[in-house]
Design a binder for this molecule. Structure first.
Ligand code: TRP
Length: 405
């Protein structure tokens, strides 16, 4: 997910005037109040409905992940085609990635990886993870060396999500781009005019040419022939990409080009953005550590941040809360619980009691603090157990002989 960028001065002025801040969603900026229905129309993807979720349940024989049941992954492109093929016995592979722009990940960054881990286990399929150190070097003005260092650090957090090394290949663009991967990049680049990338990504004449030439790098992991050590003889394998919906522009371009160079279009399954502590309109900004919970936060930091900053829909006195109840639509503790509290019954119970005023904000926050402290502690332990040798093992260019078992 792109790190949300701070609003421009103009946008901030608009807010003061009471005019709704304009929605911005692209791979480098997410801001404003997002209307997800409109986004689906604008991008031209499809809503992920209950019948698809039921199909996933039937085909995998495991309960669908919370993120599916609760609509965190809410949109898709051709996911039904992947399931049709899978039903007939044709496997697929998963592709996701991360732009390593910061040392510490926040909870929002973990969402695509937690979900991808579930998909890998449920469908028993191989996975490639792209670390776009080149992208962040160009967009965030990091040195080549610093981007590469961050890529390896982030790889540890990704591995800590529990991926299976016998089915997972993690690669850094700086190390892996070349050979068959590069040939596919050139094939893609030849199909995309300058006007087209400007239309999709909004580049201007002042942007350096590194940015203009980057999209093929993120496009080609969608094609199995970019990974000869994994997929030689399986060039027809389909690809499914779990990602946050801000990455959609890259894959709109990829899907447009794919049939022209003789490849399948990749399918996508896309998530909402994880809201900032300050509320749905807020931005989780890398420059404001109080806008998000980080996987490196201590139990005390988690507690303090939630108590101090989590925007609530509860009333400001006990008496009023008992009378009127909380507005769950805007309440961040309830939103966060709906991402991370597994137990459907408990969540329903909290919503009912809190919404009607029988439960107080304090108690909901207390439960959230428990849930997130446990999640972050579990992640911390898992990450501490990831050694440099393990990173090397995941990143080695090697065949994965049992990747479909
Ligand atoms: N551009 C993404 C980011 O900045 C990283 C990325 C590369 C990615 N390939 C991907 C994300 C595929 C999702 C799916 O985080």
């Amino acid at each position: 997910m792109a790190d949300a960028v701070s609003p421009t001065a103009a946008a901030e002025e608009e807010k003061v005037d009471g005019v709704a801040e304009e929605e911005v969603v692209n791979p480098w900026e997410v801001s404003g109040k997002i209307d997800y229905d409109k986004l689906i129309d604008k991008f031209g993807c499809q809503r992920l409905d209950d019948s698809l979720i039921d199909r996933v349940r039937r085909l995998t024989s495991v309960p669908p992940h919370v993120f599916l049941r609760r609509g965190v992954f809410f949109a898709h492109r051709d996911f039904n085609d992947i399931l049709d093929a899978y039903e007939k016995g044709d496997k697929f592979y998963l592709y996701t990635g991360r732009g390593p722009s910061s040392e510490a990940l926040h909870l929002g960054h973990l969402i695509p990886f937690m979900f991808t881990k579930y998909l890998q286990d449920a469908f028993k399929v191989p996975l490639v993870i792209q670390l776009t150190d080149d992208e962040k070097c160009m967009w965030k003005n990091l040195t080549v060396e610093e981007s590469q260092r961050l890529a390896r650090e982030n790889a540890k957090d990704i591995i800590a999500c529990g991926f299976d090394v016998s089915r997972t290949f993690i690669f850094s663009d700086f190390d892996y781009v070349g050979g068959a991967f590069y040939k596919n990049m050139v094939k893609v680049a030849k199909c995309v005019t300058y006007n087209k990338v400007v239309g999709i990504f909004g580049f201007t004449g002042e942007d350096h040419i590194g940015k203009v030439s980057f999209p093929p790098v993120q496009a080609v992991p969608s094609f199995p022939s970019s990974f000869p050590h994994l997929f030689t003889g399986k060039e027809n394998l389909r690809c499914l990409i779990p990602c946050a919906i801000d990455q959609d522009p890259y894959f709109r371009m990829t899907r447009d080009v794919a049939p022209r160079i003789g490849y399948h279009k990749p399918a996508l399954i896309e998530s909402l953005f994880f809201p900032a502590l300050q509320g749905e309109n807020g931005k989780m900004s890398a420059s404001d550590p109080n806008s998000a919970i980080y996987v490196t936060d201590s139990p005390k930091e988690i507690k303090d941040k939630i108590n101090k900053y989590a925007f609530t829909g509860g009333q400001d006195t006990k008496e009023k809360q008992r009378l009127y109840g909380a507005n769950l639509e805007v309440d961040i503790p309830v939103k966060y619980l709906s991402f991370f509290l597994d137990d459907d019954e408990e969540l329903e119970h909290i919503k009912k009691e809190y919404g009607s005023g029988r439960m107080l904000t304090f108690d909901v926050k207390k439960r959230l603090i428990e849930v997130l402290t446990e999640l972050v502690e579990r992640h911390r332990r898992a990450r501490a157990a990831v050694t440099d040798e393990m990173v090397d093992a995941f990143m080695a260019v090697r065949p994965l002989p049992n990747m479909f078992n």
